[in-house]
Design a protein around this ligand. Structure first.
Ligand code: UTP
Length: 419
């Protein structure tokens, strides 16, 4: 069987005949490209996910337990100093790298470019989100007399735009040889009626497959090897859109090392039991995050003897790993979660269809699902107003307006912004 016959057989097997008729309308070279793409897709997996849409994650018999966090504000001075010094030693030794995850589509914000190219007007000037990250790195470099390598995870959709933006702005003064972009993985979209779609490039429409893609993408692009050559021992991974994110925090390093863990995260305490955010817990004895929609109401409201939520530690996408942990996790396959999205596509006659509402399922893996490969992790609970100002929505909660307010308030209190 030649390549074309193989592809046709697969498409027929999974009821995707519309792609066969599309294929037949293409020029020879376009057709060959499509055939090559399909040969490399795992259509069976996508169809399988589609057929099992209703079997969502359920707590079922899974045992949910509290996970203990270290509260930054309850640390004794002595411990605080001890942890900080441990971390400072690592950073000063040049063993620390930072990864910014910037492969998301930022659909809720609705900004036309990659989220890192979004600009906010702060009391200390107008800044792009990428620029804020560079400022943090530069401050740390000055303080610890190092140059921290900066890695940026982009996606097929936004890599070129990200690269040209950074070039245009001369990497905001960061040494270019210390910045590396790598592209995350992708998965085909499937319509709500179970059909693969054609994109403007005349190929099967794919999209970035969630921030859990980071582990495999790091290995695929040789980034882990690169870090090892550079003698990196600890790697921070954070999102692109929290303008108060502390990407270099010796305290987190010190706590994690002292607790003998290989992975760690920061949390803030949830505002109210119904906050739409996942919380840290142990699931069947392993660390993880349970989505607000999956946590039974009585558990979401449960408080301990000190009046604190038992399941109250919200993740702020601020994670730390040893290089060995990243290496181990890069060999694991994380489960896909399903999100309904709106996506343009070409119909069988090549007309661009712009749907009014959500029309596709998108498959995404979540970075925190990998925590279950460890028996334990460190969680450092920090103050929301000092470290968490995310920009997710165009307005309302977690919008530029709320984030800017938080940033400016911190500025006014003269608290060190980034460290
Ligand atoms: P979000 O889950 O907030 O997604 O990402 P998003 O794409 O930025 O925004 P919406 O949901 O479309 O509105 C949290 C972090 O994970 C990164 C994002 O760039 C952000 O830093 N991310 C998300 C990726 O790097 N890749 C992905 O596939 C998804």
């Amino acid at each position: 069987m030649n390549k074309e016959e193989t592809v046709i057989k697969t498409l027929k097997k999974f009821n995707q005949e519309h792609i066969i008729s599309w294929m037949n309308k293409l020029e020879e070279n376009e057709k060959n490209k499509l055939i090559e793409q399909i040969l490399n897709l795992n259509i069976e997996q996508v169809i399988d996910l589609y057929n099992n849409l209703n079997k969502t994650f359920e707590i079922g018999n899974k045992k949910i337990e509290k996970i203990t966090a270290i509260d930054l504000n309850k640390l004794e001075d002595e411990d605080f100093k001890k942890y900080k010094n441990i971390g400072i030693d690592i950073i000063k030794a040049g063993q620390y790298a930072v990864i910014t995850m910037a492969g998301g589509q930022g659909t809720r914000l609705g900004h036309s470019g990659p989220k890192g190219t979004f600009k906010v007007k702060l009391d200390n000037g107008e800044k792009y989100l990428f620029q804020i990250i560079v400022e943090s790195l530069q401050k740390a470099n000055e303080k610890y007399d190092v140059i921290i390598p900066w890695y940026i995870m982009t996606s097929e959709e936004n890599n070129d735009q990200t690269l040209s933006f950074l070039e245009e702005h001369d990497y905001f003064g960061y040494p270019k040889n210390k910045v590396k972009l790598f592209i995350q993985g992708k998965a085909p979209l499937i319509s709500t009626t179970g059909k693969l779609l054609i994109g403007k490039d005349k190929l099967i429409k794919e999209a970035s497959d969630g921030n859990g893609s980071i582990y495999k993408s790091l290995a695929k692009d040789g980034i882990i090897e690169d870090m090892k050559k550079d003698n990196i021992k600890w790697v921070f991974v954070g999102g692109v859109d929290n303008i108060l994110l502390k990407i270099i925090d010796p305290l987190l390093l010190g706590v994690t090392i002292s607790e003998g863990n290989e992975i760690a995260s920061k949390s803030v305490i949830k505002n109210d039991p119904k906050e739409r955010a996942g919380v840290f817990c142990k699931i069947d004895g392993k660390p993880g995050i349970i989505e607000y929609s999956e946590l039974p109401e009585e558990m979401s409201e449960e408080k301990d003897d000190n009046g604190e939520f038992v399941y109250g530690d919200v993740s702020i996408l601020s994670h730390l790993y040893t290089i060995e942990a990243l290496q181990k996790l890069s060999t694991k396959t994380l489960p896909y979660h399903i999100a309904e999205k709106k996506s343009e596509y070409l119909d069988e006659n090549g007309n661009l269809i712009k749907p009014e509402g959500k029309n596709v399922y998108k498959f995404e893996s979540f970075i925190f699902d990998a925590f279950s490969y460890y028996n334990d992790m460190s969680i450092l609970r920090v103050k929301r107003e000092e470290e968490f100002a995310p920009i997710k929505n165009a307005e309302g909660n977690d919008s530029p307006e709320t984030a800017i307010k938080l940033y400016n308030a911190k500025l006014q209190k003269k608290l060190a912004l980034y460290m």
